[in-house]
Every structure is written in structure tokens, then in C-alpha cells.
Design a binder for this molecule. Structure first.
Ligand code: KG4
Length: 357
């Protein structure tokens, strides 16, 4: 199944952080989704090094684009548009993808669409696989307005989606993002970078009540903000306390501390989200959840419980490859912009590292 039967073929590129990604989509259908992760190169620095990210994007971008086109069995002549992340993200990293997208759009005379990475995470649960036939089914399951939650390395954001393309921020983090907090906690436990997924794995072996960590902003959910920097500090103190008592952390200590951290981090997420749902009179039926941390099984389970309580339908990306940074979600967001004819003049497309939703 190549591009022949496709109505809206978009080649998308994302180089916003430390993944070099390209994809071909047809509306919300994913034809290919290629991700080259640089995570292991950044791991020794304990976080993303912007200049290294830029260099690695430059080294890999052409290969990733070529592979995305090959995997989709798509020729450039069959593309309707090129889409690219314009922000938010690391400025010099974004520049690599934008530059490549611009060159391709000029060379092959294609329309170019600039996409907000956060909007793309929000819409990622709408994705369907190449083998699913009915796009309308997936979309008609979602009623707008709906609620959207982005839980990623750089953002924790709860928004009202009035309709696709129109968003109102209801709550966001006042300091660290949830993924960032997972990464910092993982680093403190010696689990490497990025540490969210490994911390989740460790927490499955631990007892979340063994070490008590305070729930952020407990009783202050009416402030409608998320906050994770205090939890990071509490975690640091708790680790120091256990180390000064026992000399070093045992494996079981790591499991228990990971479990406590995850429990408290998710409790805070759910408490604030529940407050918003209960108090903002949203008249919604759906919650869309995207971003790297949406791969977390415990998070999914707690969100489903919350949604059951409020009679909402929760939707998550169908594959892990759609939770972290990827270009397929950029293509999905771009398809709606294509329908609204929101194109950018090719000479004017530019990065916006602090772009908001
Ligand atoms: O969406 P993403 O690539 O970041 C941004 O676009 O900002 O998400 C990456 C984040 C990292 O912080 C990573 O540790 C976290 O998502 N993450 C997880 C899990 N998988 C990835 N956090 C908790 N549990 C997971 N299973």
C-alpha cells in the first residue's frame, strides 16, 4: 500500500530536541515513522547538549527522510506538502529540520506547513495505522470541545481543545515538566538519561509507601498549576537520608524510591487534572493524552480511572513510537492545517523556540 490511493500525502520533519525524525502521513494515517534517537550520545552529559544535537541532526536528517519516503513507498512527486516543527524546541536543532524542509519545498515545488510541536503531541492520539481503513471512525469518536493533556520532557499542559486548531490552556507547569522530573529523579537514582522509562520499570519492583514524599501543592489544586521542582528536592533529600543511614542505596531502595516518586508525581498530575475537570464546566466527553510520559503504564491506568469517574473517554497514541518525539504526529497536525490552507511562505518559515499553544 504506497502513495497511489492517498489523498493528502505529507512528508514531515521534527528536529526539535534529540530525535531526528521524518514521517509520511495521509491525513491521520501513518505510512511511515522513522526516528533516529540521539539519546545515547547525550546520556554521558546527563541531558541534551544543543550543539551536539544540531550536529547529529545534520548528519542523519537526509538518511531519515529518505527512509521515511522509502518505508511509505512514496515518491516526492506524490507529496502534497512538506511539514516541519517550528517550535517549541532547541533553537539550533529546530533550524536543521526547517532548513531541510525549506530546501525540499523549493526543490520539488511543494507547499510548506509549520507545526507547533505541542499541538502535534496533543493530536497524536488521533493517529491510525496504515492498515486501518476508516479515518472518519477514529475522528468521529472524539467530540469537540475536548480536553487535552501533554506530558512530555519539556511540558506538562492541560488544554481545552475547542476544535482542532483552537486551544485554551487550563493548567501548566510552573517549573519542571513531568518528563523532566522523571529524568531528574532517575539521574539521582543512577538510572541514566533519559530515565523516565527505566524509572517506571524500577518502580514496578518497589513499594510506593516505603519512603514518603510530599505530594506537590496538596490542597492547592485550585491554583490550577503543576509543579515538580519541590518533588525533585524532596527526592534528593530522601536519597541523601537513606544513603547517610545505610551508606549506599540498595537495589530495593532504588525500587522503593522510584515507586514513591512515580506514585507522588502521578498523584499530583491526577489531583490537578481532576480539579480542572470538576470545576471548569467544560462540557467535554474526551481526553486526549500525548507526550513521552504517556507511554507510562501507571499513568495510563490512573488517567483511565479518573476518566471513568468523570465519564470521559481517554485516548492515547496507539504506539510507543508516537508518544516521544516523532514526525508522524507533526504530519497529523499538519493535515488539519492543510485542510484549513494554513501554509507558510517558503522563504518566511522560521523557528520559534518558545512557541506556546
Ligand atoms: O515527548 P518527549 O520526547 O519530550 C518532549 O517533546 O519534550 O518525551 C520525553 C520524556 C522524557 O522525559 C522521558 O524520560 C519521558 O518522556 N518518558 C517517560 C516514559 N517514557 C518516556 N516517563 C515516564 N515513564 C515512561 N515510561
Amino acid at each position: 500500500m504506497g502513495c497511489n490511493r492517498i489523498k493528502m500525502r505529507i512528508l514531515s520533519i521534527d528536529t526539535s530536541c534529540d530525535e531526528t525524525a521524518a514521517a509520511v502521513t495521509d491525513g491521520v494515517k501513518i505510512l511511515s515513522n522513522v526516528i533516529w534517537s540521539q539519546a545515547s550520545a547525550h546520556a554521558k552529559f546527563g541531558g541534551v547538549m544543543p550543539s551536539l544535537a544540531q550536529r547529529m541532526h545534520e548528519e542523519r536528517i537526509d538518511w531519515v527522510i529518505e527512509k521515511a519516503m522509502l518505508n511509505a513507498k512514496c515518491k516526492t512527486i506524490n507529496l502534497d506538502a512538506v511539514a516541519v516543527t517550528v517550535g517549541p524546541g532547541l533553537s539550533i536543532a529546530l533550524g536543521v529540520g526547517i532548513d531541510r524542509a525549506r530546501k525540499l519545498a523549493i526543490k520539488y515545488d511543494k507547499k510548506i506547513i509549520g507545526v507547533n510541536h505541542l499541538e502535534a503531541h496533543l493530536l497524536s492520539p488521533l493517529a491510525i495505522t496504515n492498515s486501518q481503513f476508516s479515518i472518519s471512525n477514529q475522528l468521529s469518536n472524539i467530540q469537540f470541545p475536548s480536553l487535552g493533556l501533554v506530558v512530555s520532557g519539556g511540558n506538562t499542559l492541560l488544554v481545552k481543545i475547542n476544535k482542532i486548531g483552537s486551544y485554551e490552556t487550563l493548567a501548566q507547569t510552573s517549573d519542571d515538566a513531568l518528563g523532566e522530573a522523571f529524568d531528574k529523579a532517575a539521574r539521582m537514582l543512577g538510572l541514566g538519561y533519559p530515565g523516565g522509562a527505566i524509572l517506571e520499570k524500577m518502580s514496578k519492583l518497589g513499594n510506593p509507601t516505603k519512603y514518603k514524599l510530599p505530594i506537590p501543592l496538596l490542597g492547592q489544586e485550585d491554583r490550577m498549576i503543576f509543579s515538580y521542582s519541590g518533588l525533585k528536592t524532596s527526592m534528593m533529600r530522601k536519597i541523601a537520608e537513606v544513603k547517610s543511614r545505610d551508606g549506599e542505596l540498595s537495589k530495593q531502595d532504588v525500587y522503593d524510591l522510584a515507586a514513591s516518586f512515580q506514585d507522588v508525581a502521578l498523584t499530583h498530575l491526577i489531583r490537578v487534572s481532576s480539579f480542572v475537570i470538576e470545576n471548569c464546566k467544560l462540557k467535554i466527553e474526551n481526553l486526549l493524552v500525548g507526550g513521552g510520559v504517556s507511554a507510562n503504564v501507571e499513568l495510563r491506568s490512573r488517567i483511565r480511572q479518573m476518566c471513568k469517574k468523570y465519564n470521559l473517554q481517554a485516548s492515547f497514541p496507539y504506539s510507543k513510537k508516537l508518544t516521544g518525539d516523532n514526525a508522524a504526529m507533526i504530519g497529523i497536525a499538519a493535515s488539519f492545517k492543510y485542510n484549513r490552507e494554513e501554509f507558510t511562505e517558503v522563504e518566511k518559515i522560521d523557528r520559534n523556540p518558545n512557541l506556546k499553544i
